[in-house]
Design a protein around this ligand. Structure first.
Ligand SMILES: Cc1cc2nc3c(=O)[nH]c(=O)nc-3n(C[C@H](O)[C@H](O)[C@H](O)COP(=O)(O)O)c2cc1C
Length: 197
């Protein structure tokens, strides 16, 4: 990045956020590709894990990640359909916190499209016979027993779509940090303001 993000004017914060996220998905590279997804656990306590950002739609104001429909996060998001994604790009000193409402897609055309677009490596994540998080025996060498033959179809893939409602932009800099907040308004508008970092 040639221009310091510290010099970004308020009017550019939201469009640039979408552009940076789109680029991360298109290039399949960079730290913005790997946010932390935070949800509310079924016990009411926080849960967080790294995920791959898979889809960005600035027009619709949505982000999507793919997961196994049997994983605990899906039950959590079904019970409390709100989530936050936290991104950090160390070279730019940029933290993005993006929160909103969640829609889950499983065994529908969205999940099928995601399966069709997934590479072989990604598909393997959704092919285990037992659900993610199922306890495994230790083998004789102290390592986990083989957990699966890789068989099956895309039936377990779920799309977690986040309808973005809020965005928090933080740029850390020795010259002084910058922080902006944005709240999604009607007809694609954003209510933005600078905040004390
Ligand atoms: C670099 C990296 C990328 C990951 N990407 C995904 C992903 O795209 N989807 C996913 O469900 N889990 C992904 N995981 C695994 C999750 O962090 C997590 O361990 C798993 O989904 C189980 O989470 P849960 O028990 O909260 O459902 C990734 C982990 C790492 C380290």
């Amino acid at each position: 990045m040639t221009v310091s993000l510290r010099e970004v004017p308020l009017s550019e914060v939201v469009p640039l956020t979408w552009a940076l996220l789109e680029r991360a998905v298109e290039t399949n590279a960079g730290p913005l590709r790997l946010p932390v997804l935070a949800s509310v656990g079924t016990d009411g306590r926080p849960q967080a894990r790294v995920v791959v950002l898979r889809e960005v739609d600035a027009q619709a104001r949505t982000l999507a990640v793919y997961t196994d429909a049997r994983s605990p996060k899906v039950a959590e998001l079904a019970a409390t359909p709100h989530a936050a994604l936290c991104f950090y790009a160390p070279e730019e000193g940029l933290q993005l916190r993006i929160a909103g409402r969640v829609a889950l897609h499983h065994a529908d055309e969205h999940a099928q499209r995601a399966w069709d677009s997934a590479g072989l490596y990604a598909r393997r994540s959704y092919l285990t016979t037992a659900a993610p998080g199922t306890p495994l025996e230790s083998a004789g060498d102290g390592l986990p027993a083989d957990y699966d033959p890789q068989v099956g179809s895309g039936e377990h893939l779920a799309v977690v779509r986040l309808y973005v409602e809020q965005l928090d932009w933080l740029v850390l800099s020795p010259e002084g940090h910058r922080r902006a907040g944005a709240v999604a308004g009607p007809r694609g508008s954003w209510d933005t303001s600078w905040l004390v970092p």
